[in-house]
Ligand binder design. Structure first.
Ligand SMILES: [Zn+2]
Length: 454
């Protein structure tokens, strides 16, 4: 067993939504053994306990990012994920990126789908202590119909590409769900809605029948495995909820019927607005068209009333960053969804922190076992310089998270070694279009493409 550790004189945010309180926290082995006076009494009987004075600091649960793609490596496009990634190399790179998450205070992630479904191996390596990574709960390939998901006509009619498997008909659905359970999926991921380029003005549409979704849920649940659905638009959310999906990503564009069933079944929603919020606040830095920024903001504001209703009705909201894409690079924005919940859904900082910690444990299939500072919980903890309940944004400031404990062990927070470009890894690009006007303007914009990455 590790040496017992007493985190003394700290302010505690417990992850349940309660106001911060002063208490000592005693870690024994991989667990929080006691709080407050009980911790002090108990530590008096322990030999060799390490006492750390944390005056002016806050102890809180580690962040749980319920929507993070650790195998995508901050990809700039879907084609990059579909055609440039390699199996073993992407798993090794995922292990590298996992360190960035830990250093950003993330002690658990739900990775819905991965290239070569290699997150199963990354998870197993992490659990066995082969690599240093947050707790990982993962799906395998996202199940998709030929209609597709968010990649339009890039989605192949059959077979596996990138992070998805295109399944046709009952037999293929049954075979794939069973195969994924066998190889070790923690969750089954279904891309319930998809956007068809010709009909993009209709938004994402439900691409499965009710019977197909029922079948997936019945098969997975029979084997004790929960199902998560990517759902934009009311019909996809309604049908997924009716079929028994256990967790919904996005959940935007719900109508009354969809809201009623989600509220009735209390299905947790992970809206994942970090990307849109980044575009709203920082799109101008990337030269994004203001009209497009307005569209991104509308995606959030159009859902504000329904998200507020869900929260008021006791439906858990989970925080997800969709890290793995270049707009939300690993290690930078995992705290950001809390700001979205506060700004748009009217949550207090403590409610938002609860979403990112105590509530998030559900995504790890560890509800009631981590995400909360209480005796008997896994010691997945952060020591923060300052008080995140006053400003959750400090969790994104470099150096504010002075210590991270995972399973009761202190994590090495030295930055990972700087990496170099991998040959044939990024999507080749010749850069900006060279119009005559631009060529003669004297303006230089995007940095030139890196030849070794082409
Ligand atoms: Zn995603």
């Amino acid at each position: 067993m590790n040496q017992a550790i007493l985190l003394d004189n700290a302010k505690v945010i417990d992850g349940k939504g309660r106001a911060p309180f002063s208490a000592a926290v005693l870690i024994e082995g991989d667990q929080i053994a006691a709080l407050g006076d009980e911790a002090l009494r108990r530590v008096a009987h322990l030999q060799h306990a390490l006492r750390i004075d944390l005056a002016g600091k806050t102890v809180m649960p580690g962040l749980i990012d319920a929507h993070c793609h650790l195998s995508f490596d901050d990809a700039a496009s879907n084609p990059e994920i579909f055609y440039q990634r390699r199996n073993a190399l992407s798993a090794l790179v995922a292990a590298y990126n996992a360190k960035k998450l830990l250093r950003a205070g993330v002690t658990g992630i739900l990775d819905p789908d991965s290239v070569f479904e290699n997150m199963v191996d990354v998870r197993d390596a992490a659990e066995a202590g082969v690599i240093e990574a947050p707790r990982i709960s993962c799906g395998c390939y996202a199940l998709i119909t030929a209609v597709g998901g968010t990649a339009g006509r890039l989605i192949n009619d059959t077979g596996i590409t990138g992070y998805y498997k295109s399944v046709q008909g009952k037999d293929e659905i049954m075979a794939e769900v069973r195969r994924q359970v066998k190889v070790g999926a923690d969750w089954i991921k279904v891309h319930v809605s998809g956007v068809v380029p010709r009909y993009a003005h209709l938004g994402e549409q439900c691409s499965w029948t009710q019977e197909e979704l029922n079948l997936i849920c019945e098969l997975a649940h029979d084997l004790g495995v929960p199902v998560m659905g990517h759902c934009r638009g009311s019909m996809s959310t309604y049908r997924a909820a009716k079929a028994g999906v256990d967790l919904i990503f996005h959940g935007t564009g719900m109508d009354e019927q969809a809201l009623d069933i989600v509220i009735d079944k209390k299905i947790p929603i992970c809206p994942t607005f970090t990307f849109q919020a980044n575009m709203v606040d920082y799109g101008h830095r990337l030269g994004t068209d203001p009209a497009l920024v307005t569209l991104f903001e509308r995606e959030i504001t159009d859902s504000t009333a329904s998200m507020r209703r869900l929260v008021a009705a006791g439906v858990p909201l989970l925080t997800g960053s969709e890290a793995g894409f270049s707009m939300v690079p690993y290690g930078h924005w995992h705290y950001r969804e809390m700001e979205v919940f506060m700004r748009y859904f009217g949550m207090s900082s403590l409610e938002a922190i609860h979403c990112a910690t105590g509530a998030g444990a559900f995504a790890l299939k560890m509800a009631g076992r981590t995400g909360v500072v209480a005796p008997g919980m896994k010691a997945d903890l952060l020591v923060v310089d300052g008080d995140p309940s006053q400003n959750v944004g400090i969790l994104g400031e470099p150096g504010r998270i002075s210590q991270v404990f995972l399973d009761g062990k202190s994590v090495d927070l030295t930055p990972p070694r700087e990496r170099k470009a991998l040959a044939g890894w990024r999507m080749p690009s010749l850069g900006q279009q060279l119009t005559r006007e631009f060529a003669l303007s004297g303006i230089s914009q995007n940095p030139p493409a890196q030849p070794e990455e082409l």
